[in-house]
Structure formats: C-alpha cells, structure tokens
Design a protein around this ligand. Sequence first.
Ligand SMILES: NC(=O)c1ccc[n+]([C@@H]2O[C@H](COP(=O)([O-])OP(=O)(O)OC[C@H]3O[C@@H](n4cnc5c(N)ncnc54)[C@H](O)[C@@H]3O)[C@@H](O)[C@H]2O)c1
Ligand SMILES: O=C(O)C[C@H](O)C(=O)O
Length: 328
Amino acid sequence: MSKKPVRVAVTGAAGQIGYALLFRIASGEMLGKDQPVILQLLEIPDEKAQNALKGVIMELEDCAFPLLAGIEAHSDPMTAFKDTDYALLVGARPRGPGMERADLLAANAQIFTAQGKALNAVASRNVKVLVVGNPANTNAYIAMKSAPDLPAKNFTAMLRLDHNRAASQLAAKANFAVGDIKHLTVWGNHSPTMYADYRFATVDGKSVKDMINDQVWNKDVFLPTVGKRGAAIIAARGLSSAASAANAAIDHMRDWALGSNGEWVTMGVPSNGEYGIPAGIVFGFPVTTANGEYKIVEGLEIDAFSQECIDKTLAELQGEQDGVKHLL
Ligand SMILES: NC(=O)c1ccc[n+]([C@@H]2O[C@H](COP(=O)([O-])OP(=O)(O)OC[C@H]3O[C@@H](n4cnc5c(N)ncnc54)[C@H](O)[C@@H]3O)[C@@H](O)[C@H]2O)c1
Ligand SMILES: O=C(O)C[C@H](O)C(=O)O
C-alpha cells in the first residue's frame, strides 16, 4: 500500500536555493523514494515573487514527479504552514547596502517571529523545522522562542553545508574518498567562527588527524577555508551558494527523518547544556539520528584549542541572541 503524503513547507520558494531544492524534494531525495509529498510554498506577497513562484510551480508540474501529490502557492505563513510535517525556512532578508548586522538581525527577527507564531498556531505538532535563511542559528532561535507550544527540539539550523565543506577539504588534503569519512563535526554558529573539528574523524578506522598531522594547516588553512567558503563562492559566482546549500538542506532533513545509521552528522540544535553551551542556544553539535529523532553525541574530550574555538563561536551566538531578545 502506498504511504500517505506528508506536507512539506518551503519558504523563499522562488529564490535560488528554492529552485535547487524543490525538484529534489519532489523526486523523493529528501524523504525517500516511497514517500509522496505535498509542497506548501511560501513567497512574499509581492507580484514579482508570486509570479516567479507560479513559474516554478509550472516547472514542477512539467516534471510529472510520481511522488508529488500536490503543490500549493502561499503568501501568508498562516496558510502555508497549515498541518505541515516539515518546514524548510529558506526565505530571509539579505543584507542590503548600508545595513548593519543589527539591522539584519532586526529585519529577520520580524520574519522569524511571524513564522514561528504561524508554525505554533497551525503546523503539525510534530513538525520538523530546518532554518536555512541567515543568520540561521539565530533565526532558528527566534522561531523556536515564538512557538512555545511546539517542542523546542524540533527547531534546527543548517550547519550541514559547513560539515560537507569540511569533509570535502579533508578528503582533498589526505587523499581519501569524501564518502568514507566518519565522525566529523562542526561546532557552533553558521558563520566564519564555526569550528570544524576532525579530531575524532576516521577513514577505514584510521585517524584523519594522524593522517594529516599538521596543526598549522588546521588553524591557518583548513578552518579559514571552511569558515569563509560562503564568501569565496559569492566572490566567484556573484551570488551566494545555492545548489550546495540546497543539497545540505536535503542531507539534513533526510538524515533527521530517515536516520544516519549510527553515523555522526552536524545539526544546529537547541542545547540542553551539553559541553557547557547554555540551554536554549541553537548550536552546531555532532548528532546521530534514528526514528525521526536526533541525539547529541556526548562525552567527547574538548582540548584547549577546541575550547577556545567553541568559546569564540558561542560568544558570537550569544551576542546575536542578546541582540534580538527585546524583540521576542
Ligand atoms: N545556512 C546555510 O548554510 C546557508 C547557505 C546558503 C545560503 N543561506 C541563506 O539562505 C537564504 C536564502 O538564500 P537564496 O540564495 O535562496 O536567496 P534568494 O534571495 O535567491 O531567495 C530568497 C527568497 O526568499 C523570499 N523571501 C524573503 N522573505 C521572505 C518571507 N518572509 N517569507 C517567504 N519568502 C521570503 C524572497 O522573495 C526570495 O525569493 C539567505 O539568507 C542566505 O544567506 C544559508
Ligand atoms: O556565506 C553566505 O553568506 C552564504 C551562506 O551562508 C554560505 O555559507 O554559503
């Protein structure tokens, strides 16, 4: 018997990440090749954006995806999130000319309080939320705080792009197949302060740290390369990463929904106090996933250099989250 369709809401659906994301969700790459989906697409109530969304929907129809059980276009989160099982919050206000970080935080605080409230009011009580729109961790925190009737643990931020970028850099450096790396993680904020940590990573049971054995490369090449990869892509493409971001969103949601088979993946999730991160801060952690739940990997040793990196990214996040407190 075929499965009942699930509802997947995507905001910013006519944007560049949306364009790289929707077709893959509709083809079953996110939730499985046997799982029908209904797409609930949200764009701003602006003629140009709504027209662009219509065009994307025409293309989705023209793919004749067997798993696509319905497509809806919305301009209001209160209708877009109705009964939704999965919500990918991609649409966000980009930084404009002359805009300070605080202005960006405030503009996004409005979007993510409204969307958090709408999820709280109308989404499935088990909705799984992934925030992609930047600043992703703080936007997830805002949405979570605005949805007090939903489990806080269901609000997550995307660190998977950083995780995948780190895996790829390590594979190139130590000459192994990128798919073979295990036990890699990225701590903290989706920003240049994130701390990609390969101290526990292995390939075929061998330590990646031992294979590389170069702390200067770690500090001066690897961490800045991964941390500033988004900016490097903007400089090269004239546009921010979209296909790789969409791919990371698919990886994040697929692993959360279908399980990581014991493997570590990185998710930005609200802390319960693990590793000294204050409760409620949405922080990148190593997690394993099974049966639709994630579990933070606990008990890892944090050496002095790692602690310094974790403290730095935490301080940045606390600054962001303090900056929006009065708006929540
Ligand atoms: N977490 C990550 O790893 C990561 C990676 C890449 C990009 N991003 C971020 O993802 C976001 C989207 O990137 P993009 O390249 O698709 O941008 P884009 O500008 O191409 O598209 C964003 C879309 O969101 C829409 N939008 C804006 N506010 C909205 C709202 N309140 N409700 C619904 N839709 C809204 C816009 O109309 C636009 O169509 C940006 O904030 C970007 O910085 C995050
Ligand atoms: O860096 C950016 O502004 C875009 C995105 O967050 C990225 O990491 O590619």
